[in-house]
Design a protein around this ligand. Sequence first.
Ligand code: ADP
Ligand code: ZN
Length: 633
Amino acid sequence: MPQTVKKQPAKGSNVVRWIVFLFLAILCCSFLASMMTPDGPIEEVPLSSVIARANDENGDIAKITVEGSNLKITLKGKDRYTQTSRKDPSGTLYEQGLIDQCAEFNGEELSNCQAKYPIIEYTEVSSFWDYALDIAIIGIPIIIVIFFFNSMMRQAQSMNNQSMGFGKAKAKLYGPDKKRVLFKDVAGNEAAKQDLEEVVDFLKEPKKYEKLGAKIPRGVLLAGDPGTGKTLMARAVAGEASVPFFSISGSEFAEMFVGVGASRVRDLFAKAKKNAPSIIFIDEIDAVAHKRDARGGAGREDEQTLNQILVEMDGFDNDSGVIVIAATNRVDMLDKALLRPGRFDRHINVSLPERKDRLEILKVHFKNKPIDSSVDLDALAAKTAGSSGADLANIANEAAITAARERHKEITNADLTEAFERVAIGPERKSKVMNDNERKLTAYHEAGHAIVGHVLPDSDPVHKVTIIPRGHTGGVTWFLPPEDRSYKSIYELKDILARAMGGRIAEKLIFGEDAVTTGASSDLKHVAELSKEMIVEEGMGKQTRNLVFPEGDMGYYTIATGKPYSEKTAELIDQEVKTLSDEAALRAEAVLKANKPILDKLAEALLKQETLEEKDLEPILRDAKLPASVKLH
Ligand code: ADP
Ligand code: ZN
């Protein structure tokens, strides 16, 4: 586990913060209070004269409000009032009679009185709620202000932490005493491990190489898809050599202020040198080291970070004992400066695991999990072509979770299958109830895929068909490649197009020409993408055989199309793409028409059993016919 050291904010700064709040709060209070209370000392005037001034049309008083024992006097042309007490210091009311002229009256007499003294208003004696309101009026803004300042202070503080406490907080250290990873924990990847074995040897016995004048490599670049175990292998190098492992990710630099990335690099290298021999691991180095000309040039910050990495690596002594391992899945995107001799001059490719490696990886991840005798890891390895080590680790974990949820004592093969499908397509939606119509439609749709795929000679065998919805799909038909292949022929690709069309065509045959549904949209998208790829990238068009139309760095563009070919060519490409998908639809239709009884039988079986495995499919599909018209060769 990474050992991270976080900088704790000092206790003292909290006290300072609260003192500042208190000060601000008092400031606010007094400001608000001054808004609401009389301004300046008031000269003492007899109440009688105030009332007289109020009753005089040319007087300067607009209104007198009597509120319990208080008088609020509003002057003409001002909306603030002056407040005074009607009590003398001994507590008796001043000139009671005068002020309360109307208070003794009620009914008609009251209105007469009020008409006579129109500007004197009586309000309820100030109650609890008045005080509450006063407090709220003063208090709420203060609270808001406090929150505002509080969050501002916090932000400022965290920015401080980020920019001042860098490096220590973010670089992770896997020391030799932490959970060690060894080469035996990395399954497969034999070639890469062999190359790294050498690095381990450098770290263990640098003298051996120096004596012979050999330069110890400074940088090793691991290139490969995400999840193929690059981090794992870098850790294994540290583990095998028993040296500390410092790791940082290129994407972390992206969130930093200008200059911080560079100084963090400096700090990281300084720490690594102090602990030499050691390993620095930079994950996702492409995040800081992408080509300066790509995408309009790297940002200033990225460039500074990258330069700092280069400066540090150039400054290495031969015997500094620090080896930098970087990982990327985009070697083509890397700045050339990074790949020069003396920098990351050793490249190790890490590829997606092949079948036997997948089995090894699965074994590693099931090593400490109880599995029962039904579990067939080899079969799982067979159907996970294209999965990375991380995907397989994920399947193993999901299988354990599934088993625990089902209260199994040991992981069963069913748990494993569910885990695989969950990771491959998304969790099963058991709760989504399909109505009978939808179920029938889905059954015919999937049966269509399965039959076309089964009948066409260059398609992979059907492995499983289900109408249980998963993820976004209504049902799924799986085809299994018998082995991993690097090349596909045009016949195979055309069969893939046709079987993808099989779903919609089956719906059409059963429910009619115009009963098109949205159920086939992902199939159609697949057809569109694959046929475009065949034309544009693989030179598989009828009229454009052996011609490709790359849109990348061709260096010139025609203005009309914005692409490196003319409008005429664009039209030709569209035509060729349409030819391919039309042909696929026709072939699917021919197959399904020739095998209508089997289509019905398969759909029925699906409606009854929901999921059919190879052994259930075999008796149904055995007699399917291949119409001569769909043969390609
Ligand atoms: P990368 O750095 O290439 O993106 P990681 O090294 O982070 O991939 O791999 C993620 C996880 O996948 C690892 O922690 C490990 O559990 C699993 N894994 C990947 N490749 C292998 C492998 N060859 N053997 C065992 N486990 C692997
Ligand atoms: Zn489909």
